[in-house]
Design a protein around this ligand. Structure first.
Ligand SMILES: Cc1cc2nc3c(=O)[nH]c(=O)nc-3n(C[C@H](O)[C@H](O)[C@H](O)COP(=O)(O)O)c2cc1C
Length: 302
């Protein structure tokens, strides 16, 4: 997740909950006209192997639709040691979809076919994709699946919302159930997996699903993967994780203003892992100064 599950998070998570998450998909790397692979590019820096030591193993993700740039970036990522890259066809941000990128591609199966025709034969590693049901209409996925079935994809992750819903409403599990048997690749389910029960329910209802991908749930409840495997809820480990994450933000970011912004970005989801009210959580989001933010959070994770 852009701005959230970047390497800073992935390293601290792995340090605190070693082995709990077998894999993470990186926040997307956007294709740009003169794509540079230099360390100036923060999105590339995020997946450089030397920055990812001690992190959750990662699959880099690409956002964009320019075939030549796609091949260049993907092959660069394989050369760095990654065996798979993921193509983002799910991002719902308007600035993205308006350019037929991310979820904007869902309404254009012919365009996707043309891109895959050009890209797939030139890739030196595996490709997986992440999709939504559509941008505006769930019929879009039914037109897209036959296209995706024609290429050797490692997996298809389906987030059963429409792009226009952004992150609101609930995943459309009935439509997901109709689409699932039509996809010939391994299917990964993603959407609103926030509690061990959510995970059990999806596994039970859709046993054919190859794997599950947790999004915001990993911040709402960092111990979620451990709890699914039977560990009891352990609030002390969550508090320790939050402490370590805040330390990492402080040592990584140069300016106080940036530290406050980043801390709040995480806090806006992470507070749910603590036994505090939304009103208490909001005090942190309203605070402007780092010392106030720190003192408030400290009082919640004592
Ligand atoms: C702030 C934010 C940033 C996100 N960035 C990405 C991204 O870079 N790539 C991606 O595939 N999905 C991204 N997502 C979508 C999530 O991966 C996931 O598909 C979505 O949140 C639904 O799953 P959830 O209900 O488990 O959160 C992002 C979501 C949020 C809230």
């Amino acid at each position: 997740m852009q701005g959230l599950t970047e390497v800073l998070f992935r390293r601290v998570y792995e340090e605190c909950f070693t082995g709990a998450l077998p894999l993470a998909v990186s926040p997307f790397i956007a294709l740009t006209r003169n794509l540079r692979f230099s360390t100036d590019n923060a999105q590339i820096r995020d997946v450089l192997p030397e920055n990812n030591r001690g992190s959750i193993p990662v699959i880099p993700q690409i956002l964009g639709k320019e075939p030549d740039e796609f091949v260049l970036l993907a092959n660069h990522l394989y050369a760095l040691g990654y065996s798979e890259v993921n193509w983002n066809m799910g991002c719902p941000m308007r600035a993205v979809t308006a350019k037929h990128r991310g979820c904007g591609l869902m309404a254009h199966p012919d365009e996707v076919r043309a891109i895959l025709d050009t890209v797939v034969p030139r890739l030196e590693g595996r490709l997986s994709v992440k999709v939504r049901l559509g941008l505006k209409d769930k019929e879009e996925i039914f037109a897209m699946v036959p296209v995706l079935n024609d290429y050797p994809l490692a997996s298809v992750t389906v987030h059963p919302r429409l792009g226009r819903q952004q992150y609101t409403g609930v995943p459309d599990l009935d439509t997901f159930g109709q689409v699932l048997p039509l996809i010939k690749h391994p299917v990964i389910y993603n959407g609103d997996l926030c509690t061990p029960d959510d995970i059990r329910r999806i596994r039970q209802r859709f046993p054919q699903v190859a794997d599950l991908m947790v999004g915001r749930g990993i911040l709402y409840r960092p111990t979620l993967p451990l709890e699914v495997d039977g560990s009891p809820t352990d609030r002390e480990s969550v508090k320790h994780f939050i402490r370590r994450l805040l330390e990492a933000i402080r040592t990584t970011l140069p300016r106080e203003e940036a530290v406050v912004r980043k801390t709040k970005e995480y806090w806006s989801l992470l507070w749910r892992a603590l036994p505090i009210s939304e009103m208490q959580a909001r005090q942190v989001l309203r605070a402007q100064e780092l010392t106030i933010v720190d003192n408030l959070i400290d009082s919640f994770i004592q």
